[in-house]
Design a binder for this molecule. Structure first.
Ligand SMILES: NC(=O)c1ccc[n+]([C@@H]2O[C@H](COP(=O)([O-])OP(=O)(O)OC[C@H]3O[C@@H](n4cnc5c(N)ncnc54)[C@H](O)[C@@H]3O)[C@@H](O)[C@H]2O)c1
Ligand SMILES: O=c1ccn([C@@H]2O[C@H](COP(=O)(O)OP(=O)(O)O[C@H]3OC[C@@H](O)[C@H](O)[C@H]3O)[C@@H](O)[C@H]2O)c(=O)[nH]1
Length: 390
């Protein structure tokens, strides 16, 4: 491999990365990228490894594992495993991705959500700080909560003014709903761990970077209920809509599908994370929005676009009634609330790392839905063909 240079033209030294939550959606893509394009080693920690099996196990043709000396999987739960500190000590950098991060859990399992996103992350921060290790921590765009603009009268012209909705790391406030709206348990726990990490940096010199992902989507995200996850489970919107398309059922629009999101292709986002890993001098002490401000849609528009793209990649006709409305209470239960709009400001990441997203929403949906169809269509057909017991 040719000598890799950082953004300042200096050679990049090979490091060991302790990646917690490596078996998840983002972790699996980050592992792939690091193994294929860099000389770094990974200590991959997770409770599951199905999404990274292809990187760990011998392939049938050669009989050898693809990266035998570069990735080591440790099956552990960071809630209670004494190996955690030793693994952080063995590494140059820790990346913490572990979290409960599906909205259906925030209001139905608020305790698990708060413990997972705050309490369980505490020892990771502490071990990094005490041992002088760098930390890249995954937070979320949900820390911004609702936009200031959402509190303006519906017909106010100020709603069109970007200063009322564009989300900036260093100036936007974090606006959550009341305590009964348990949806915000996740955002609040993430906010507090961000504040703790920031304080460890300020008071104890912890070298940290905080990432705020804005709806990263792509292959291997979450699960398809009843196929590779629980039948009653509710994943994030990409998997919910994919599941409905695969089963030829209408896509459910929560509260009219009026909320807006900006979606970014996972492969674009992972490039930003690699820049953070390899440019510590430019990334340390920063909080970075990572999203694609050009890919904004309402959830209803997302449903329409996914329906159209799915018909194109499969050749199947779309349903006559492709969407149905459901109330949030019916879909998520009591205590749900929502972010109205999420447009990331890109100034800081642009200035520090020169990074920009590339892939349009149409293109990313085309490759992702091609993957979903190839991976799940047969399994779904089999499940649908089984007679249901009454
Ligand atoms: N995907 C996104 O768009 C997005 C958006 C905002 C924030 N994030 C954040 O990024 C991180 C990764 O998200 P993801 O989309 O890959 O989610 P994911 O659920 O696919 O991955 C999380 C991984 O962490 C593991 N994990 C959870 N608790 C653990 C524990 N106690 N011990 C060991 N492993 C544990 C899970 O098994 C899972 O493999 C999370 O912190 C999430 O809050 C993601
Ligand atoms: O079937 C569905 C699923 C979801 N939705 C809606 O689609 C929107 C997006 O829902 P997602 O499940 O992707 O989750 P959200 O964007 O609300 O939150 C996510 O944001 C960033 C991360 O921290 C987390 O991964 C998650 O909290 C919401 O408005 C939701 O109500 C539907 O209308 N129908």
């Amino acid at each position: 491999m040719a000598q890799r240079l950082d953004l300042d033209g200096k050679p990049i030294k090979a490091i060991t990365i302790c990646m917690i939550g490596a078996g998840g959606f983002i972790g699996s893509h980050l592992c792939e990228k690091i193994l294929h394009e860099t000389p770094h080693k990974i200590l991959a920690l997770d409770v599951y490894n199905d999404k990274i099996k292809h990187l760990l196990e011998p392939d049938s043709a050669s009989g050898t594992a693809p990266f035998p000396d570069r990735i080591q999987f440790h099956r552990l739960n960071i809630k209670h495993d004494s190996r955690l500190e030793g693994l952080i000590k063995m590494s140059d950098l820790t990346i913490n991705l572990a979290a409960i991060c599906t909205p259906a859990d925030y209001n139905t399992r608020p305790l698990d959500t708060i413990y997972s996103n705050f309490i369980d992350a505490l020892p990771v921060v502490k071990y990094c700080s005490e041992n002088g290790k760098r930390l890249i921590h995954f937070s979320t765009c949900e820390v911004y909560g609702k936009t200031i603009g959402s509190f303006l009268p519906k017909d106010s012209p100020l709603r069109q003014d970007p200063s009322y909705y564009v989300l900036k790391e260093d100036t936007s406030p974090c606006i959550f709903g009341s305590i009964e709206k348990q949806r915000w348990s996740y955002a609040c726990a993430k906010q507090l761990i961000e504040r703790l990490i920031y304080a460890e940096g300020a008071e104890n010199g912890l070298e940290f970077t905080i990432v705020r992902p804005f709806n990263w989507i792509g292959p291997r995200m979450d699960f398809i209920p009843g196929i590779d996850g629980p039948s009653e489970g509710v994943p994030r919107v990409l998997a919910c809509f994919s599941n409905a398309l695969l089963r030829r059922e209408p896509l459910k629009l929560v509260d009219g599908g009026q909320s807006q999101r900006t979606f970014i292709y996972i492969k674009d986002a992972i490039e930003a994370v690699l820049l953070m890993i390899e440019n510590p001098a430019r990334a340390n002490g920063h909080i970075f929005n990572v999203g694609n401000p050009n890919n904004e849609v309402t959830v209803r528009q997302l449903a329409e676009m996914m329906t159209e793209v799915y018909a194109k990649v499969t050749g199947e006709s779309a349903l006559e009634k492709p969407t149905i409305d459901v109330s949030s209470k019916e879909f998520y239960g009591e205590g749900y609330d929502d972010s109205d709009k999420r447009i990331p400001d890109m100034t800081i990441i642009n200035k520090q790392l020169g990074w920009n997203p590339k892939t349009s929403l149409w293109d990313l949906l085309e490759s992702t839905l091609t993957y979903q169809h190839r991976t799940y269509a047969e399994a779904i057909k089999k499940v649908l063909a089984k007679p249901t017991s009454s």
